[in-house]
Design a protein around this ligand. Structure first.
Ligand SMILES: *Cc1c(COP(=O)(O)O)cnc(C)c1O
Length: 217
């Protein structure tokens, strides 16, 4: 199936209000353009350099989401244009995003990445860490970065009930934090293999790569 057919299929199977981020990492700009021509406007990348060159060469109304881990010294390269940073995992990174956003006269939206998978992933923080960040004085003083929700990745497994448990855990954490975070509106969870389960569990934003663009090398 073609990229546009894949997109159409996926869109037909998800609620209208669920945001679809097309993860174009490693794919050439022709592939992005094919999805763009089919109406897709939100694209996600996991490497700073790749996102920067794609942003330069592709239509300017594309909204670029950074879904990968971000090193603090590289925030400056994406600060002029990034639409949403999905994987914030420290107060130091938030401070740097705030600083670079200020330089660009923007407010940058971000999500805190919560570790929900049991596998030993390097990235993501606990709910307690997220709570501490959101209640800290430093956070309250940052004016150019806005934390609008949470992101998580489930364990890579065939066990659907396990995936469901992890996503449900994140959804309940999201609901708890939302009580005193009026700006919370995005729960980013679900990839090609598990986005349907994620939506059942309350995801508002799915990040789908290979199901749109085909397998990556
Ligand atoms: C690559 C990636 C995706 C998309 O993965 P697929 O399985 O190809 O859909 C989603 N989220 C993040 C953070 C990724 O790095």
């Amino acid at each position: 199936m073609s990229i546009s057919e894949n997109l159409k299929d996926i869109k037909a199977g998800i609620p209208r209000e669920t945001e679809l981020v097309a993860i174009s990492k490693t794919k050439p700009k022709e592939a992005v353009l094919e999805a763009y021509d089919a109406g897709q406007r939100i694209f996600g990348e996991n490497k700073i350099q790749e996102m920067v060159w794609k942003q330069e060469e592709l239509p300017k109304d594309i909204r670029w989401h950074m879904v990968g881990h971000v090193q603090r010294n590289k925030v400056k390269y994406i600060a002029p244009f990034v639409d949403l940073i999905h994987a914030v995992d420290s107060e130091k990174l938030l401070k740097e995003i705030d600083k670079q956003a200020k330089k660009n006269n923007r407010i940058i939206d971000s999500l805190l990445q919560i570790k929900i998978a049991e596998e030993d992933s390097k990235f993501g923080i606990t709910i307690d860490d997220a709570q501490n960040i959101l209640h800290s004085e430093i956070w309250k003083s940052l004016e150019n970065v806005r934390v609008i929700g949470l992101m998580g990745m489930a364990t890579l497994t065939e066990d659907q009930s396990k995936i469901k448990k992890e996503f449900s855990f994140l959804k309940s954490a999201f609901d708890r934090l939302k009580v005193d975070q009026d700006q919370f509106s995005v729960l980013s969870m679900g990839m090609s293999g598990d986005y349907k389960i994620a939506i059942e569990c309350g995801s508002t934003m799915v990040r789908v790569g290979s199901a749109i663009f085909g397998e990556r090398n």
